[in-house]
Design a protein around this ligand. Structure first.
Ligand code: PA5
Length: 461
């Protein structure tokens, strides 16, 4: 069974603040145009993420390498940021972390641990490098562009440590990068390092089903064939330009209508399952970096995605979702069958605050809390929808990630923006290059120097 999208509570006939059913029906034309625009870009050779489920060449690269090194490493350390880190993290946390917590090497069946270094905070980098045994560690340097400052700064740190330890680089370094462009590919070619491909037409935040995600997943023993099969099934399910038959289309169109016609500018993704916690962080990057754009001079669009976790955030953000500004939609991620459940024993029969829980299970409580929250939001006119996964396994995660990627592509077309670029992050990068002394960016350094500076009179301590 595949994943299901229940959008009953997104519509105004069920929840007063939702999208008018007539508006949703009338959006069929807009959706068909968005579908056609996405299909045309795909047909022209862009949007390679759609094709990743059938890229046998990439799967073969990954499986061959993973089989070759199986049992060799205790630790895999991924150096990468943004789309080069969030997908692998989401897969690891969904499919490995909960089961493995506290397990030693033998308990993990000889499979390695995965550390994802997605920042340049020296405290974290130094701590991880001090902790792992370099001789038993594999470092994956993941960068589509092969030029991202953070990853390019981490790489020489690791390389120097390996060299200092006298370890052969080819046994401890693997690059995952563009087949031709960037700084990493020529280094790999010159030094005989293994380098796996991120297809040229697959952008960072759409790359989780390329070796960016499949290599670390395969090294962790995750069934990547199943992951890709689930994703491929979702491509098939989202083929139709008929809104009623395209789940990613329904998600994108409802979110777009809620934002642009209903003032719902904040889109919350709220899994009710710890393994899916990082899926919300992955979605936040996808939705924010793809849709937050200047459409034309002074014309700024894009919803603000917010991650949440049930039931934890019922004691935090849900107060805001219930009574704060009426500017939000909430998408719940539900799981039908848990990997494990725990029965709540009957205890303190004479204490009513406790006794009613006895005999239920923790999973039952978690799911009832999700339904209760959706119902409570509905009473306040706050729209929501629910995506249900039958279980957290590679097939359904592949389907979920492809679903959200396709929805993002449609949403880009509905908003009238290019969902596949990120011009807004360039200026900060240029200033950084200038201040770090990168040749060619002297002008950016000068521009930065002319910006307003902190006024000592306005600093208080
Ligand atoms: O989605 C994107 O393109 C970005 O968020 C990138 O993933 C991020 O900037 C890292 O880029 P790269 O993989 O080129 O190092």
């Amino acid at each position: 069974m595949t994943l299901m999208l229940d959008y009953t509570f997104m519509l105004a006939d069920a929840v007063s603040g939702g999208v008018a059913p007539e508006a949703f029906a009338a959006a069929q034309g807009s959706f068909a145009a968005a579908h056609a625009a996405v299909a045309a870009r795909h047909a022209s050779g862009e949007l390679g993420f759609f094709d990743l489920p059938r890229r046998r060449d990439l799967v073969a690269q990954v499986l061959e390498y993973a089989a070759r090194v199986r049992g060799t490493y205790r630790d895999v350390v991924l150096l990468g940021i943004g789309g080069s880190a969030l997908g692998p993290l989401a897969l690891r946390n969904a499919l490995c972390a909960p089961q493995w917590n506290g397990l030693d090497d033998a308990g993990r069946g000889g499979l390695p641990r995965l550390h994802v270094l997605d920042n340049v905070d020296p405290l974290t980098i130094a701590a991880v490098l001090d902790r792992v045994q370099l001789a038993d560690a594999l470092f994956l340097v993941v960068s589509k562009s092969g030029g991202t400052a953070e990853t390019m700064a981490q790489y020489p740190v690791v390389r120097a440590r390996l060299e200092g330890a006298g370890l052969p680089l080819a046994n401890h370094l693997v690059f995952v990068t563009d087949p031709e462009k960037g700084a990493l590919r020529p280094i790999a070619n010159a030094e005989g390092l293994t380098a796996l491909d991120i297809p040229a037409n697959v952008g960072g935040r759409f790359s989780v089903l390329s070796p960016v995600g499949t290599l670390p997943a395969a090294l962790l023993g995750i069934d990547i064939e199943s992951l890709l099969a689930g994703a491929g099934d979702m491509v098939h399910r989202c083929a139709s330009s008929d809104l009623a038959r395209n789940p990613a289309g329904v998600f994108a169109t409802l979110q777009w209508l809620a934002d642009t016609s209903g003032g719902k500018h904040v889109h919350v993704l709220m899994p009710y399952a710890d393994p899916l916690r990082e899926m919300a962080a992955w979605f936040v990057q996808l939705w924010a970096e793809s849709l937050g754009k200047e459409r034309g001079a002074g014309d700024h669009v894009g919803p603000t995605p917010v991650p949440a976790l049930g039931a934890t955030d019922q004691h935090s953000q849900v107060q805001l979702f219930m009574e704060g500004s009426r500017d939000k939609t909430v998408t719940f991620l539900a799981v039908e069958t848990p990997a494990r459940d725990v029965r709540i024993p009957g205890a303190h029969a004479d204490v009513p605050d406790l006794a009613y829980l006895g005999g239920h299970s923790l999973w039952e409580l978690l799911n009832i809390e999700r339904r209760a929250t959706a119902g409570a939001l509905a009473t306040r006119g706050r729209p929501s929808m629910t995506i249900t996964l039958p279980q957290v396994d590679p097939w359904h995660l592949g389907a979920l990630m492809m679903f959200l990627e396709i929805a993002t592509a449609y949403a880009g077309a509905l908003y009238g923006v290019n969902a596949f670029d990120q011009p807004g992050v360039e200026l900060g990068k240029r200033y950084t290059y200038g201040m770090m002394g990168r040749p060619g960016f002297e002008g950016a350094r000068g521009e930065f120097a002319k910006l307003p500076q902190s006024n000592p009179a306005r600093i208080i301590g």
